[in-house]
Design a protein around this ligand. Structure first.
Ligand SMILES: O=C(O)C(=O)CO
Length: 257
């Protein structure tokens, strides 16, 4: 497993263009960037240097104002299609293999139908890109359509396309369902990308705690080989957790062998 820094959450104290280099120096293997769109693809490519960009999101209007996309929003199909195309253009230019398709704020049967139709169209339009859907907890994003891991799993299974997967964020699993390990055990086979943070308060990961260690052992045992991307609120903990996590993953892999 490779470990990425989410350079939208982790700003390293510098503007976006300087963050991938600092993530590399801190020991990360790659980065993810929710919204690279403030930079042109050329600027972003230079900013990445050689760092892999593991994931981007579809664009949103104003994140700080609570906007969370529109893939499940009835009546906004044309705008969604334009946003999806923008994400695909960035993915193609920057070699990004995964796009998190943000559902937006909606509810009910029409929202589900719209979400499934938009996801199916996106997956078929770009089979080389893995499309991800991520349950987000209702405390952080009130009204967000995809607010439950079991609902997300049902959608992924119903659509049944090989390039549609579940994005598993330990924080949202904790806030929605209580026990990230139990959620992982239910849905690991559908997961295409993992975002990590400390379970208690979305600070830095704590692989030294029994609960988080058990989670990383289960992830290793399940055979997941994708990214673990650090998406947390930096409270000045530093990056000592990164080598602890690598040790923990290494020990778990040896125990499996
Ligand atoms: O809000 C989050 O946790 C996200 O990862 C959005 O992409």
């Amino acid at each position: 497993m490779r470990i990425a820094a989410n350079i939208t959450f982790l700003d390293f104290g510098v503007p976006l263009a300087g963050r991938a280099r600092l993530a590399h120096e801190a020991g990360f293997d790659g980065v993810e960037c929710l919204f690279p769109y403030a930079l042109s693809t050329g600027e972003m490519s230079r900013a990445l240097d050689e760092m892999p960009l593991a994931l981007i999101n579809t664009p949103v209007d104003d994140w700080e104002d609570g906007a969370r996309g529109r893939a499940a929003v009835p009546g906004e199909m044309a705008t969604f299609a334009a946003e999806m195309q923008r994400a695909l253009d960035y993915a193609k230019a920057l070699g990004v293999p995964r796009i998190h398709v943000m559902a937006g704020k909606a509810s009910g049967a029409r929202a589900r139908d719209r979400f499934e139709a938009n996801l199916r169209a996106a997956c078929l339009a770009a089979p080389e890109v893995t499309m991800l859907i991520e349950p987000i907890n209702p405390h952080d994003a009130p009204g967000y359509y995809l607010n439950d891991f079991d609902l997300a799993a049902d959608i992924v299974e119903r659509i049944g396309l090989p390039n549609l997967k579940l994005q598993f964020d330990t924080w949202h699993a904790r806030r929605i369902h209580g026990d990230p390990l139990a959620v992982w055990q239910r849905h690991a086979r559908l997961v295409g990308h993992v975002q990590i943070s400390g379970f208690e308060n979305r600070g830095a990961p704590r692989p030294d705690t029994a609960e988080e260690a058990a989670f990383y052992e289960a992830v290793t045992a399940s055979g997941y080989e994708g990214w673990l991307s650090a998406e947390y609120h930096d409270r000045g903990e530093g990056f000592g957790w990164l080598s602890e996590l690598r040790d923990r993953l290494g020990r778990a892999t040896m125990a499996e062998a």
